[in-house]
Structures are given as structure tokens and as C-alpha cells.
Write a protein that binds this ligand. Structure first.
Ligand code: IPD
Length: 256
């Protein structure tokens, strides 16, 4: 199958995965690290995605949060999966979690599907094909300054909290914006910038599976992303991340 024809099957798969999330009942939780959890549902969704994507598009290698091997191939097609982004939200039934499925080609995001089964919001894009939310085209908002912005943040909960720059950076940004929000799902944060609900999203450290699907959605919606030092993302390991509507990008960088 040509990769351009993968969108509909991947959207259907994300919906099926979402059903697994919302119908799971009481969830069994395992501890992965400090403040880092995985539930039996993450693992069940992971199995479903890996099995189906391998069948739909065998050319794609699989790179998933729920695996011990996090070496990303620099060539060919790779699926990058976060079976449940916002696992802590999921455990506490905050209903701000999603299935995130991205396809990279030569380390560029070319297809992304992010689905929140609680709101039934499906964000998706293909490179060159535009970005959509439930069938409607989406674009970033036209806000020109941080002063007129709501900024979305994440806290890098798995990093070393004694050396974390996050709170200081949020405090600096807070001096300049309308207000900030911490949703607990980086993949949703990026999609919210893509559809104009926030003007920029910042995290001191997120992983490729958190942003891979969102990257193509953001770019097709007219947005931009870099690391905090303005260098491009590489999909190699955890990195700082700033997504924006482009217009406030440089101003945000000056506070980070
Ligand atoms: C996490 C969420 C969280 C972000 C973390 C991510 P997970 O993903 O996106 O908002 O702050 O950096 O790892 O672990 O729930 O899939």
C-alpha cells in the first residue's frame, strides 16, 4: 500500500484502540520508573497497534514507547507509537489521554493520527495534505504576541527534579502571557496548538513518541517546532520542545 493511502486504516485503528481505553474498566498499573507508570491497557493497545500496523504496512519498522529497544532507524519508514499518551491522566480518569500514531520517513513525520476517545476528537494530517480535526481543516491561531497567548506546558515529570529548569522557565513565561495550562498529554498539547486552542507549547523534555504524530499535524496547520536552543528536533532521545503558531516562536525562545 502507498503510504498516502494509510490514513483511513490508521484512523480506524486509532478508534479501535480508543475503545480499548474507554472500556477497560479498572486498570492494572505497573511502575516503570519514578512517577512513570504503564497500565495493562497501554500494553493491550500497544499489542493491537503493533499487530495491525505490521499487517497494514509491513515496510514500516516499529518504534514504540512500550518496548525496551529505543533505537530509531534513520532510514526508511518507521511507525512511532504512544499507545496511551497521558498515562497518569488515564490512571486518574482525567479524560485527557490519547492514542498517538506517527509515521516517519527518513526521520521526517509524514503521517500523524492523534485520537482522544473521551472527546472523540481525531486530529490527523499527512505531509502536503493539510491538517484536520474530525474532518474540518485546522490552522494555528493568528495571535502575534505572548502577551495575548494561553501557553501550554508540560513538566518533564521523569527528569531529574533537582536540576529541572521547568519551573523557572514556566515562571519566566508566566510573567508575559495571559496564563498557562498543564494538560498532562504532550501529544494533545501539540494538536491544541495546531487547532489554535493555545499559541505555544513548551516542555523541557519529551520523547519522540510524544511528538512524532503531532509534528506533521502542527506543520500542516501552519505551526513550527524547535528545541529550546532553536535547533531542529532529531527524534533521538528525550529533547526540549517548543511548538508554536510561528508568530510567537522567537519571543518564546527568548524566555526559555
Ligand atoms: C507523557 C505525557 C506528559 C509529558 C511526559 C510524557 P506518557 O507521556 O505526554 O504530559 O509531560 O513527558 O512522557 O508517559 O503518558 O505516554
Amino acid at each position: 500500500m502507498e503510504w498516502q493511502n494509510l490514513l483511513e486504516p490508521v484512523k480506524a485503528l486509532a478508534r479501535e484502540a480508543g475503545e480499548l481505553m474507554t472500556k477497560a474498566g479498572e486498570v492494572t498499573i505497573h511502575v516503570k520508573g519514578e512517577q512513570d507508570f504503564v497500565t495493562e491497557t497501554d500494553l493491550a493497545v500497544n499489542d493491537l497497534l503493533v499487530e495491525q500496523l505490521t499487517e497494514i504496512f509491513p515496510e514500516g519498522k516499529i518504534f514504540t514507547e512500550e518496548s525496551d529497544d529505543h533505537t530509531l532507524s534513520k532510514t526508511g519508514y518507521t511507525w512511532i507509537l504512544d499507545p496511551i499518551d497521558g498515562t497518569s491522566n488515564y490512571i486518574f480518569d482525567l479524560q485527557l489521554s490519547c492514542v498517538s500514531i506517527g509515521l516517519l520517513y527518513q526521520q521526517e513525520s509524514i503521517l500523524g493520527v492523534v485520537y482522544n476517545p473521551y472527546t472523540k476528537e481525531m486530529f490527523y494530517a499527512t505531509k502536503g495534505g493539510g491538517a484536520f480535526l474530525n474532518g474540518e481543516k485546522i490552522t494555528v491561531n493568528p495571535v502575534e504576541t505572548v502577551k495575548d497567548s494561553i501557553i501550554l506546558c508540560e513538566t518533564n515529570p521523569y527528569g531529574d527534579r533537582t536540576t529541572s529548569e521547568t519551573q523557572a522557565a514556566i515562571t519566566r513565561v508566566f510573567q508575559h502571557c495571559i496564563d498557562y495550562r498543564v494538560l498532562g498529554s504532550a501529544a494533545l498539547d501539540i494538536c491544541y496548538i495546531a487547532c489554535g486552542r493555545g499559541t505555544a507549547f513548551m516542555s523541557e523534555g519529551i520523547s519522540p513518541w510524544d511528538y512524532a504524530a503531532g509534528e506533521v499535524i502542527l506543520k500542516e496547520a501552519g505551526g513550527k517546532s524547535t528545541r529550546w536552543d532553536n535547533s531542529p528536533l532529531t527524534y533521538q532521545g528525550m529533547q526540549s520542545y517548543l511548538a508554536s503558531n510561528i508568530r510567537v516562536h522567537d519571543e518564546m525562545l527568548s524566555y526559555l
